[in-house]
Write a protein that binds this ligand. Structure first.
Ligand SMILES: C[S@@+](CC[C@H](N)C(=O)[O-])C[C@H]1O[C@@H](n2cnc3c(N)ncnc32)[C@H](O)[C@@H]1O
Length: 305
């Protein structure tokens, strides 16, 4: 960046609001309050520019920006769902709605209904969908993943894009997804779990648990992909869970560390959010402190006919 160009800086009011939101996140011990995290990582505090996606992206075809990678992750999930024109889809944890508008354009499902617990995301997503003229086919409401306000068998597909680690508990969500799916319906999640077979000492476990707390990860959800698959099967799904870490978390971590070197990026972001993204990125790539290592999984789960 040229010496003469000053990076756009965050105003004092934004900084003050960020500080209040960060305090609320740190001091509210309720792990179910992931909305506190997403109010902090709000519209201007992530590394996407053209979109408002809030995931780590899918980097298999070497996209050059996080926006492109996030779109690729949504497309990948849509393909795994086998989304088609007859489907009524439930999107759990819809963020700012980007994936729903992308799915509507690419796969043309009959209807998408989204639920979320973050109020500002609901408001933004509802406006964005309206401005794209999609309100007749995409609708949103405020509700938790573990208490879905829908009838049994009322959806063909259910999806949760990088959010089930927050749900209190993920297992309760699996049972709810099973209930609202019709026989033969499909649930797809992409999700963050620990890598299997880690044997951490007390201090490293404790340090890791601080990170999980900051990311509002429900304690009961901390298990590896084999247990994930068993839990899906135990509620009745035919399920398969695979690691896609090398196409997601690892390249995202590299992108993050490069991006957070840029003064203009740092100037725009909330510094607490930057820290909360940079630390796991370092752990994913080098693990300098020997903390819990993360996996990123794709689960495809079919409700038997
Ligand atoms: C990492 S963001 C992913 C957003 C979006 N799916 C995407 O890929 O851009 C996690 C999302 O899960 C939502 N969320 C967290 N806990 C939830 C819960 N218990 N019920 C419903 N949504 C939840 C958050 O509000 C946020 O929108």
């Amino acid at each position: 960046m040229s010496q003469h160009v000053q990076p756009e800086t965050r105003s004092w009011s934004k900084r003050a609001r960020g500080l209040l939101q960060f305090s609320a996140l740190v001091f509210n011990p309720n792990r179910g309050r992931a909305d506190l995290l997403y109010e902090l990582a709000s519209t201007d505090s992530y590394m996407t520019e053209r979109t408002l996606y809030r995931n780590v992206g899918y980097w298999k075809d070497s996209p050059t920006t996080l926006d492109d990678a996030c779109e690729a992750l949504a497309k990948f999930a849509g393909e795994q769902l086998e989304l088609g024109p007859n489907d009524r889809l439930l999107d759990v944890g819809f963020g700012y709605g980007d994936q729903d508008m992308d799915w509507m354009e690419k796969f043309g499902p009959r209807e998408i209904v989204g639920i979320n617990i973050t109020r500002s995301q609901l408001e933004h997503a509802t406006e964005r969908v309206a401005s794209r003229g999609m309100s007749d086919r995409i609708s949103y409401q405020l509700a938790p993943a573990t208490k879905l306000p829908f009838d049994d068998g009322s959806f063909d597909k259910v999806v949760a894009l990088e959010c089930a680690f927050h749900f209190q508990t993920r297992e309760d969500f699996f049972a709810e997804a099973f209930r609202v799916l019709r026989p033969g319906g499909r649930l797809v999640t992409v999700d963050i779990v620990p890598l299997p077979y880690q044997n951490l000492g007390f201090f490293k476990r404790w340090m890791s648990s601080v990170g999980l707390y900051m990311w509002k990860t429900c304690k009961e959800n901390v298990y590896g992909r084999d247990v994930y698959q068993d839990k899906l099967r135990s509620v009745g799904f035919d399920a398969r869970v695979d690691s896609i870490r090398d196409q997601t978390l690892a390249p995202f971590a590299r992108y993050t560390l490069d991006e957070l070197q840029k003064p203009e990026r740092l100037a725009k972001m909330n510094s607490a959010v930057a820290f909360m993204i940079a630390t796991p990125a370092e752990i994913i790539l080098d693990n300098p402190y020997g903390l819990m290592q993360l996996d990123y999984v794709l689960a495809v789960a079919d409700k038997p006919k």
